[in-house]
Design a protein around this ligand. Structure first.
Ligand SMILES: [Zn+2]
Ligand SMILES: [Zn+2]
Length: 282
């Protein structure tokens, strides 16, 4: 019975998202002419189904467990002081802190080789639309959701409020991946995120910028804001990644062979930087 309910809610969610985002993609396409069943659509559908049927309940259990642990270890006086502030101040603090955490957490994913292994799965999408938003390794999901929700847990927000924030961020994430281009008026572009900003984050360059999610203000503050008036030439990776759902789930956990680099001076071999400097970008 539980499985049937899960299947039903997954089907309803799929239809709902189709009905909301497909008309938007047809009316304001970032890439006109991109078909609904574009290449690797079925892979992204499997990521969608995996998230709804397998991973989301696991991620929620881990978040609840982490939140309960934090509630036990944080001083009671601190949480009482937080809870005694006006509600609007608490909401402002949570949004600002979670944007700060997720910005730096995301930037680290692009910098640190071990984190990039998992995050690269998300960046392997060569066609962006609302469905491609679901291409994410479950370890990446746990990492990102943990960072996003850490401030709310630390500040002692109720679970219902946290769930509402998660739902809003989920819909927003789907919107910024959709094949939509709806540029905002200039002054708003540095305050409110948009698909065109996240599309540039999916440029083939690994350090393309735009690491923030809801508001690009952190990118503006830390110098990674990119907003050209056209779409990138191509999305995806500049490194190998296997195709297919299972292969992409397994790929980050496989051992990497370190290829020695040949310097320009003679034929001396140098070790890859990662083996000399610890956890640096691969
Ligand atoms: Zn990224
Ligand atoms: Zn993305």
């Amino acid at each position: 019975m539980k499985v049937l309910l899960m299947l039903l809610s997954t089907g309803v969610s799929f239809l709902f998202l189709c009905l909301v985002f497909r008309p938007l993609e047809m009316a304001f396409p970032a890439r006109p002419g991109q078909r609904f069943f574009r290449p690797e659509w079925w892979t992204d559908l499997l990521f969608f189904l995996g998230q709804y049927l397998l991973w989301t309940s696991l991620v929620i259990s881990l978040l609840v467990y982490g939140g309960e642990w934090l509630a036990r270890v944080l001083p009671h006086d601190f949480r009482t002081a937080v809870a005694s502030q006006p509600w609007w101040l608490q909401v402002g603090e949570v949004i600002l802190l979670s944007d700060f955490f997720v910005y730096w957490g995301h930037r680290l994913q692009h910098r640190v080789g071990f984190l990039w292994r998992f995050h690269a799965v998300h960046h392997s999408a060569e066609h962006l639309d609302w469905l491609a938003a679901h291409r994410e390794h479950p370890i990446d999901t746990v990492y990102t959701m943990g960072l996003i929700n850490l401030p709310a847990f630390v500040l002692g927000f109720p679970l219902e409020t946290i769930a509402a924030l998660v739902a809003f961020r989920g819909i927003w994430a789907i919107y910024i991946h959709s094949n939509v281009r709806l540029p905002l008026p200039r002054p708003l572009r540095v305050l409110v995120g948009a698909p065109e900003l996240h599309h540039w984050h999916h440029d083939r360059a690994r350090d393309a910028g735009n690491y923030a999610n809801i508001s690009p203000i952190m990118d503006v503050l830390f110098g990674t804001y990119v907003c050209p008036d056209h779409e990138p030439a191509a999305f995806g990776l500049s490194e190998p990644m296997p195709r297919g759902y299972v292969a992409q789930l397994v790929h980050p956990m496989l051992p990497r062979t370190r290829k020695p680099r040949v310097t320009g001076k003679g034929n001396a071999l140098v070790e890859p930087r990662s083996s000399r400097a610890g956890a640096t970008a691969e």
